[in-house]
Design a binder for this molecule. Structure first.
Ligand SMILES: [Zn+2]
Length: 205
């Protein structure tokens, strides 16, 4: 159903291409615990599941951990304890409450509750440039339009309000918007058109 290819690219393989390995990673920011956004955070070691990045602190919002631990009927096929319980057991899960300004140098976290409770969005700023890693707030460049939502979104009206807020920020700053699910591009510049938004330039990174 999800067309997962075990011989395809993985997070660790991609890091290796840049001369890095799991031990080099010290911070992992989890936007939310839906399986397609956290599944690479643990790996099998014999019959046990252990953190993929043994020296890393993994951060998550408490509201998202709570809903993932007791998923509602709509989301229970998207939250699997095997993806995050090993992080709790190994005491590497760092639980945050609310937005974080400068969580790390140049890295701030914003909260969005329209897709699921307690999703955190990651904004990276450096030398006048910014990039918003928007998780499932805006999964593909097609979803830049305010009213174009996913059937997976729990609260569509709230999600539209959050898109207005965060995409206004991105458009005003002329920042990059990064998409987790777009098969045709990784990031884009966007512009505000009246009360809506559109892509002005797409990028492969
Ligand atoms: Zn999701």
């Amino acid at each position: 159903m999800f067309n997962i290819n075990p011989n395809g690219p993985t997070l660790v393989k991609s890091l290796n291409e840049h001369g890095l390995g799991p031990d080099d990673i010290h911070e992992v920011i989890l936007t939310h615990l839906h399986f397609d956004h956290v599944g690479g955070g643990v790996r099998a070691e014999g019959s046990r599941l252990v953190p993929t990045f043994p020296k890393a602190r993994y951060s998550i919002q408490r509201a998202n951990l709570t809903t993932a631990s007791h998923p509602n009927l709509r989301e229970r096929s998207s939250y699997f304890a095997s993806n995050f319980q090993p992080l709790i057991d190994h005491q590497v899960l760092h639980i945050l409450e609310g937005p974080q300004t400068n969580y790390l140098p140049g890295v701030s976290l914003f909260i969005s509750n329209g897709h699921t409770e307690g999703q955190q969005l990651v904004k990276i700023s450096d030398n006048g440039l910014s990039l918003l890693y928007a998780g499932d707030l805006v999964p593909t460049s097609t979803h830049v339009r305010t009213a174009w939502l996913m059937g997976y979104d729990l609260n569509p009206v709230l999600l539209m309000e959050e898109k207005q807020k965060y995409l206004s920020m991105v458009a005003e700053e002329k920042g990059y918007l990064f998409f987790e699910h777009d098969p045709y591009c990784d990031a884009a510049l966007i512009e505000k058109i009246g009360s809506d938004f559109q892509v002005s330039q797409r990028f492969w990174l």
